[in-house]
Write a protein that binds this ligand. Structure first.
Ligand code: AMP
Ligand code: ZN
Length: 486
C-alpha cells in the first residue's frame, strides 16, 4: 500500500472487469508480485482528441492502482506508425500514408510530429511514463518472423498480401460476442477472402506503386497489418501470456479479436495472450467536435488555449466509471475545474508538513474505504469523494493528513499537493491583460472604495470587465477575480 498504516484492515482483492468473460475477476498476476500491462497506443497520423486521451487516463489509472496495490508494474504503450487502415474492418488506405500524401510530407516527419504532440498531452494529463513506448516500425523483422510461423497453418495468400483465416482458430471473435462472431458488418472488399472477418497480416505494395514505408518479406515488398503489431510487441516486451491488455471499447469488436486469433495461432493453444482484457467506454460529444475531420477538434491543447488546466479534464474523466460513456461539455469541464480548485485549496495547509505514519483511525478508515473503492474495478468516482473527505478533515495531524492525501493522489494523479492554485485560474490564450495589471487595478479600486469614491471604483471595475476580467467580491473560495472563459 502507498501509505504507512497500522491496524489497517487487510487490503482488498483487486477486482477487474474482464471483457473476455464479461465478469468481474480477481486480479491474479502471471508472475507473483508483478503486473504487466499493454495498452494499444495512438496511430500517429494526427493529433489525439480528448476521447483518445480518456483511453490513456484510464490505462494510467489502472497502472497507478496496480502500483498502489503493491505490484511491480511494467506498462507498455505502443505507437502505431504503420499499418492502421482508415477502416478497422480491413479496408481503405493506410492512415499514415494518406496523411503524408495529403500534407506532401515524409511519413517519418508526420509520425515524429504527432508522437511528440501525443507525449505532450500525456505529460499535461499527468499520465505516468510507461516502461516502454514501443514503436511499431522498430518491430517489423519480428512481425515477419511471427507471420512466417503461422503462415502455413493459418494464412492464405491473395493478390493484396497474406491473409489470416479466422476459421482456423477456436471461437474466433468470442471477445466481441455476437456482434462480429461471424464477421457481420465487415466490408468484404477484398476479392478472394474466405470469410468476411479474415484480415491482412501482410499488405503487399500493389505492382507499380511504392509506399513510403515498405519492407521485404516472403509475401512480397509491403507493410505489416495493424493487428500483427500488438501481438508481436506485447509478447516481445511482456512475455506470453501477460496480465492485462487495454484499449477503447471499439477495439473489443475487431482489433482485439484479431490479436487474440493471431496469439492463439502463434502459441498453438487457446491462450488469448492477456489474461484480462479491459476496455474503456467512449467520451462523446454531441456537436461533432471530436471528429478529427472537423476544423477545430477537441484536443487537450484546445482546452488549455481556452484557459482550462488540463488536470480538470483528468478529474472529469475520473468522475465517471471507465466503463460508462462520458459526455463532454464545457460546463462539465468548468465544474471539474472548480472541484479541483476546492481540493487543492483544502490541501494547502498540509502541503509543507512532513508526511507521518498514518495511525489516526479516521484516516486509516478513509484509506481502507479508498482501497475498497479503487479495488472495485477502479471506482474512481467514489475514490474522489474519499480524497475530498480526507482533504476536508479538520483537527487532525498535518503529517498524517498529508501522507493520506499523497497516497490517494498517487492513484488519482491530480497533483493536489504540488499544483499552484494560481495555475488553476481559467486563463484563455486570447487574454491580453496581465496578472500584475489586474492586481494593480484592483488595488486602485480598493483605495477608491475606501475613500468612498464609488464612481471611480465602478469605472475601474468596468475597465476590468472590458478586458475580460470578472471581479468577484466576496467569493467564498477567496478568488478576487477571474477571466471569462472562451
Ligand atoms: P486510435 O489512435 O484511433 O488507435 O485510438 C487510440 C485509443 O483511443 C484507442 O484505444 C481507441 O479505442 C480509443 N478511443 C478512440 N475514440 C475514443 C473516444 N471517443 N473515447 C474514448 N476512447 C476512444
Ligand atoms: Zn493494438
Amino acid at each position: 500500500m502507498g501509505a504507512d498504516m497500522t491496524d489497517a484492515p487487510a487490503p482488498q482483492p483487486l477486482m477487474l472487469f474482464n471483457s473476455l468473460t464479461r465478469q468481474l475477476e480477481e486480479f491474479q498476476p502471471v508472475h507473483p508480485g508483478e503486473a504487466r500491462v499493454y495498452s494499444c497506443g495512438p496511430t500517429v497520423y494526427n493529433y489525439p482528441h480528448i476521447g483518445n486521451m480518456r483511453a490513456y487516463v484510464f490505462a494510467d489509472t489502472l497502472g497507478r492502482t496496480l502500483s498502489f496495490k503493491g505490484y511491480k508494474l511494467t506498462h507498455v504503450i505502443n505507437i502505431t506508425d504503420v499499418g492502421h487502415l482508415t477502416d478497422d474492418a480491413d479496408a481503405g488506405e493506410d492512415k499514415m500514408e494518406k496523411m503524408a500524401a495529403e500534407k506532401a510530407q515524409s511519413i517519418w516527419d508526420i509520425a515524429r510530429h504527432y508522437t511528440e504532440a501525443y507525449w505532450a498531452d500525456v505529460k499535461a494529463l499527468n499520465i505516468r511514463q510507461p516502461a516502454h513506448w514501443s514503436i511499431a516500425t522498430d518491430y517489423v523483422p519480428q512481425m515477419i518472423e511471427f507471420a512466417k510461423a503461422i503462415a502455413a497453418k493459418h494464412c492464405y495468400e491473395l493478390e493484396g498480401g497474406l491473409y489470416f483465416d479466422t476459421s482456423t482458430v477456436a471461437r474466433y471473435g468470442a471477445l466481441a460476442r455476437a456482434k462480429t462472431e461471424d464477421g457481420e458488418g465487415r466490408i468484404e472488399e477484398v476479392e478472394g477472402k474466405r470469410h468476411a472477418a479474415d484480415f491482412a497480416i501482410w499488405r503487399k505494395t500493389p505492382a507499380g506503386e511504392t509506399r513510403q514505408m515498405e519492407w521485404d518479406s516472403p509475401w512480397g515488398r509491403g507493410a505489416p497489418g495493424w493487428h500483427l503489431e500488438c501481438s508481436v510487441m506485447s509478447e516481445a516486451l511482456l512475455g506470453f501470456p501477460f496480465d492485462i491488455h487495454t484499449g477503447g471499447i471499439d477495439h473489443r469488436e475487431i482489433h482485439h479479436p484479431n490479436e487474440i486469433a493471431q496469439n492463439q495461432a502463434h502459441s498453438c493453444s487457446d491462450a488469448s495472450g492477456a489474461r484480462i482484457w479491459m476496455h474503456n467506454n467512449f467520451l462523446i460529444e454531441r456537436s461533432g467536435k471530436m471528429s478529427k475531420s472537423s476544423g477545430e477538434f477537441l484536443r487537450v491543447q484546445l482546452l488549455i488555449d481556452k484557459g482550462y488546466h488540463p488536470l480538470a479534464f483528468r478529474l472529469m474523466c475520473l468522475q465517471a466509471h471507465y466503463r460508462s460513456e462520458l459526455e463532454f461539455s464545457w460546463e462539465g469541464l468548468g465544474a471539474a475545474l472548480t472541484r479541483l480548485k476546492r481540493l487543492v485549496m483544502a490541501a494547502v495547509p498540509v502541503r509543507e508538513a512532513e508526511s507521518a505514519e498514518v495511525t489516526d483511525h479516521r484516516l486509516t478508515d478513509l484509506l481502507a474505504k479508498f482501497d475498497m473503492a479503487i479495488s472495485d474495478d477502479l471506482n474512481t468516482a467514489v475514490a474522489l469523494t474519499l480524497i475530498e473527505e480526507a482533504a476536508a478533515m479538520k483537527k487532525i495531524d498535518a503529517g498524517q493528513k498529508r501522507a493520506t492525501l499523497a497516497a490517494m493522489d498517487a492513484v488519482l494523479g491530480l497533483d493536489l499537493l504540488t499544483i499552484e492554485r494560481s495555475d488553476l485560474r481559467v486563463r484563455p490564450k486570447s487574454t491580453t491583460i496581465g496578472e500584475d495589471e489586474i492586481k494593480a487595478t484592483l488595488g486602485r479600486r480598493q483605495d477608491a472604495r475606501a475613500a468612498k469614491d464609488f464612481a471611480a471604483s465602478d469605472a475601474l471595475r468596468d475597465e476590468l470587465i472590458a478586458a475580460g476580467v470578472e471581479v468577484m467580491d466576496g467569493d467564498p473560495l477567496g478568488w478576487d477575480w477571474r477571466l471569462d472563459a472562451n
